[in-house]
Design a protein around this ligand. Structure first.
Ligand code: AMP
Length: 400
């Protein structure tokens, strides 16, 4: 029987990740990434079925459109046998705004809503739109349907007391200003995985999911549903991130503009691109580099300490939303999965809510799901992020 496969496109501002997935068997056929670093564009593809890797370098490709076209060309040249079985393309979309509350087959009105929501995710939605428009043109040959899967959708169960800001109500009713959150696809994925590992129905599962990567967010999940999350109207609020400031007193912005004469555009750039651990350390937004320098550079140490402090504060705060029972804390994302050092620093601050680390298990960075809690602790799990599996499944479900 002909396999039915889904192509997943996950378009970030500086890289495009893509996968071909069998959504029924939950098997990833290929995983790929194209990104530009230091004027070189590199493409890596891992073919899991034939156990082969492809690695290509190109002179810097400036145009995002060309990056996407290159992916389609390479898939056509080298992976035609998989491509012939593609029945749909699933797109990760960071912001669905107030109206797109679940995954949608893409048509002109969905495109318009994604476009309208770009104002809340200017670093992401415009790139998604570009990719979708190219895919829509390719689709005639390739597949029947394009589907948008939203990072904000999982958070539409958040109650008003969590999603409303304490500003005049008309900003919400007339202008849709509220907490939308992000990383919802992965928060949902790891919650599902956790329910499998704890052998507990997802509808009865209370967890705190910590997605720690270049962008970071924490979600409180009660009975399998998101009830609060640290990112807000945009992915700028909440935790300290690689280059984003997270929670700050809004008066800082007034001060920058009124007292320091900084323009609004510049203030926005400072808070999104030059803040976070990069801003504190003046060294890097890459946590690996900061970790290496932790013991020899005071600012590297300070930036990681502030990051961990904020994460622990959110986890403990969210424990109060768990209706009396916290089943597990989950670590995921590039830092959450790979940095035993940062996990240890965070978990050491969580004894009050019953989290204690097993330092030996914590060091076991083998990329598989692991329990890193000691015997006296509630479960603490490390689960690899896999947004693409959820996107493939959602796409398939909408097509079928
Ligand atoms: P993500 O956005 O989830 O892909 O995560 C990317 C971030 O994870 C990078 O910016 C790195 O700072 C961080 N990261 C990846 N591997 C490690 C590691 N072994 N130790 C510390 N941080 C890491």
């Amino acid at each position: 029987m002909k396999k039915e496969l889904i192509l997943v496109l996950n378009c970030g501002s500086s890289s495009v990740k893509f996968s071909i997935i069998d959504p029924i068997e939950e098997i990833t056929y290929i995983d790929g990434i194209i990104e530009t670093i230091n004027n070189i564009t590199s493409l890596k593809i891992q073919d899991f079925i034939n156990n082969k890797k492809l690695f290509k370098k190109f002179d810097k490709i400036d145009s995002y459109k060309q990056l996407i076209i290159l992916i389609f060309d390479i898939l056509h040249d080298k992976y035609k046998n998989y491509l012939n079985n593609i029945i749909g393309i699933g797109h990760r979309v960071v912001h669905g705004g107030k109206n797109l509350k679940k995954s949608m087959i893409i048509n002109s009105s969905v495109l318009l809503e994604i476009q309208k929501s770009s104002v809340f995710a200017p670093l992401h939605n415009p790139f998604h739109l570009l990719a979708i428009n190219i895919a829509l043109k390719k689709i005639l040959k390739l597949a029947k349907v394009n589907v948008a899967v939203f990072d904000t959708a999982f958070h539409h169960t958040i109650p008003k007391e969590s999603f409303l800001y304490a500003i005049p109500y008309y900003f919400y009713s007339d202008h849709s200003i509220r907490r939308y959150g992000a990383h919802g696809i992965n928060h949902f994925y790891v919650t599902k995985k956790c329910s499998f590992f704890l052998k507990k129905s997802i509808n009865q599962l209370n967890v705190i999911s910590c997605h720690l990567g270049s962008g970071s967010s924490i979600t409180a999940v009660v009975n399998g549903k998101s009830v609060d999350t640290s990112m807000g109207l945009t992915p700028l609020e909440g935790l300290v991130m690689g280059t984003r400031c997270g929670d700050i007193d809004p008066s800082i912005i007034f001060y920058m503009i009124k007292e320091l004469g900084i323009s609004l555009d510049k203030a926005q750039k400072i808070l999104t691109k030059y803040s976070g651990v990069l801003g504190i350390s003046s060294i890097s937004n890459d946590f690996r580099e900061l970790e290496e320098k932790y013991n020899v550079n005071k600012k590297a140490k300070l930036s990681i300490d502030i990051f961990c402090h904020r994460v622990a504060k959110y986890i403990c705060g969210y424990s109060s939303l768990m209706c009396g029972r916290l089943d597990a804390v989950i670590f995921t994302g590039g830092i959450g999965e790979n940095s035993s050092f940062i996990r240890q620093k965070i978990i050491d601050k969580l004894s009050l809510i019953g989290c204690f680390i097993d330092s030996k298990n914590n060091l076991n960075n083998n990329k598989k799901t692991i329990f890193i809690n000691s015997i006296k602790s509630i479960p603490i799990l490390v689960i690899s992020a896999n947004e693409n599996q959820i996107i493939a499944k959602e796409t398939y479900n909408l097509i079928k």
